[in-house]
Design a protein around this ligand. Structure first.
Ligand code: ARG
Length: 563
């Protein structure tokens, strides 16, 4: 049980006439300094009801409380400061972790409910960008976190595989394309074609007309157009899957934009039935002025559908197919307007589930202070970044531990894990500059630091040949171990909080803190010294490695036992 619930339940014994347990729990505070105990209860709220000064109330409550859950309860003016019983709590926490192992922190809150996560969703024929990396790893972490709480998740890769840009690409290919070159290096070649035609089209508008015509053919099911489009898509997916394999991320569905081609007329009909469509300069729109939003453009003047039309069809399809509790869209903050429009249109359509749709935005990654842009050719090739990270990790590992078996696998877990961890450790809305030197480091707040701390705890356990035994009464009372115990104890709450905020950084920060506090413990306490506490100290080390591994697993980062 977490410390707040414990304190609340004790206080409820005395305050049941005035407050419910959960109300008490919400009032509890975390004391600013460790000297003031683990949890504090401010009594102000009772002053009016009891017609007494808070100081008096605090004293009276303290006199009525008696429980072996606490070492002591101190009255500090209007506050009651609770000092948890370290012997009891440490015993409970260690025993629970030893019993539950990998399932520690799991819950059944989400049982029977589906959460849909629209994530990664790169555009075919374009490089997989750092932004898509963010979407992939944030989405994957949110899926892991939701699953830990018992939800079923559906990870959807909403591929950008439709739209007028494919008219541009087909036109460019017909004019300048070379099949062999594309087969050899698909995304780079296709990107070059795309950049070239965009540049030339600025001078020569007829290219745009040609592109429009090709896209129209594509939408009408023309064989040649479809064949080219399919080829571009297959080749792109080959490259993307290599990246997903490196990241160990998989999907439940690859239904991208094109999947909704035959599902959009339904949306347009529904919008018309509900009298939501208006004409504007030849285009068909949904007016969203009352939401203070730009109109949603449903159809262009030539009848072509748009990004939001496909997203409306997708939302309807997902609701029908997965009956979701929540439908998340892990997409960069620059698309916030789009998702506001999407939600507003669904509201206008009177779908009560529109509120279950949530855009999970994230900030921008820059490189050397500059914005990355596909169209300008300022791109970072993700596969190269991951390979470079693995190489650097290999170098570091070979210096530290030249005898390590299978160093390549460990280097991949550390290098790629470092990139993922770095992406997830800051609040997702923060922008950051990507610098591999900072990412692959054994010191500082990095993934390798957490992994290394865990690997070292495994080696301590091996040295001592420790086997946890839940029949043993492990317990610790010293101040250093208490800090570790409290971080172990808070793990289930941390998981819940990261889910509530849809914020994987809450987990990453817990991992960093636990690793730091554990290293402090390790520096102060001679774990392997023979005395009556030794087994309990080893049980603590054992619990720490379980929770560090669980933290990393939620983030989608592996934990090598040796490094
Ligand atoms: N393909 C889009 C892009 O790269 C992201 C798609 C996000 N998902 C969605 N349902 N709109 O910008």
């Amino acid at each position: 049980m977490n410390e707040r619930t414990l304190v609340a339940q004790n206080l409820f014994q005395v305050l049941s006439a005035y407050l419910a347990t959960n109300e008490i729990e919400q009032l509890l505070e975390k004391p600013k300094s460790k000297d003031h105990g683990d949890v504090a209860f401010p009594t102000f709220i009772l002053a009016k009801t009891l017609r007494k000064a808070p100081q008096v109330i605090a004293k009276e409550i303290a006199e009525q409380l008696s429980s072996d859950d606490f070492e002591k309860i101190e009255v500090a003016g209007p506050y009651l400061n609770f000092f948890l019983n370290k012997t009891k709590v440490s015993h409970e926490v260690l025993t629970q972790i030893i019993e539950e192992k990998d399932t520690y922190g799991s819950a059944t809150t989400g049982a029977g409910e589906n959460i849909v996560i629209d994530m990664s969703s790169p555009n075919i024929a374009k490089p997989f960008s750092m932004g898509h990396l963010r979407s992939t790893v944030i989405g994957n972490a949110l899926s892991n976190i939701a699953q830990k709480l018992g939800y079923q998740t559906v990870k959807i890769n909403h591929l950008g595989d439709w739209g007028t840009q494919f008219g541009m690409l087909i036109t460019a290919y017909k004019k300048w394309g070379n099949k062999a070159a594309i087969d050899a290096n698909p995304i780079n070649e296709l990107l070059a074609l795309y950049v070239k035609i965009n540049k030339l089209a600025k001078e020569d508008p007829s290219l745009k007309d040609e592109a429009r015509a090709w896209f129209k053919k594509l939408e009408d099911g023309d064989t040649e157009a479809l064949e080219l489009w399919n080829w571009f898509k297959t080749e792109s997916l080959k490259e993307f899957s290599r990246i997903y394999q490196l990241l160990s991320v998989d999907f439940n569905s690859y239904n991208g934009e094109a999947f909704y081609n035959d599902k959009m007329s339904e949306v347009v009909d529904l919008l018309a039935e509900k009298s939501l469509l208006t004409e504007s300069q030849g285009a068909t729109i949904v007016d969203l002025e009352q939401y203070d939003l730009l109109p949603a453009l449903i159809k262009k003047s030539d009848g072509a559908t748009l990004y939001i039309t496909r997203d409306l069809a997708a939302a309807l399809y997902r609701h029908r197919t997965y009956d979701f509790k929540k439908s998340l869209y892990v997409v960069g903050n620059e698309q916030a307007g789009h998702f506001k429009q999407l939600k507003a249109v669904l509201k206008e359509m009177d779908y009560d589930w529109a509120d279950q749709i949530t855009h999970v935005p994230f900030g921008l990654i820059t490189k050397d202070g500059k914005k990355l842009s596909t169209r300008e050719g300022n791109v970072v090739l993700l596969e190269e970044v991951l390979n470079e990270a693995d190489q650097r990790a290999l170098k570091l590992i070979s210096q530290k531990n030249p005898d390590l078996p299978n160093p390549e696998l460990t280097a991949h877990q550390v290098g790629t894990g470092a990139v993922i961890f770095h992406d997830l450790k800051n609040d997702r809305l923060n922008n950051f500059d990507f610098n591999l030197d900072e990412v692959v480091q054994f010191e500082g707040e990095t993934g390798p630091y957490v992994q290394y701390t865990r690997a070292r705890s495994i080696s301590i356990l091996n040295k001592a040949n420790f086997k946890p035994d839940k029949a043993i009464n492990y317990h610790l009372e010293d101040a250093e171990s208490w800090e570790v115990i409290k971080l172990l104890q808070s793990f289930p709450e941390v998981v819940q909080r990261s889910f509530d905020k849809l914020e994987p950084s809450v987990i990453a920060k817990h991992a960093i803190q636990l690793a730091q506090i554990f290293n402090k413990y390790y520096a102060h306490v001679r774990i392997l010294d023979e005395n009556s506490e030794k087994e309990s100290r080893l049980a603590l080390v054992y619990a720490v490695q379980i929770v560090l591994k669980a933290d990393l697993a939620l983030l989608g980062v592996s934990s090598p036992d040796q490094m």
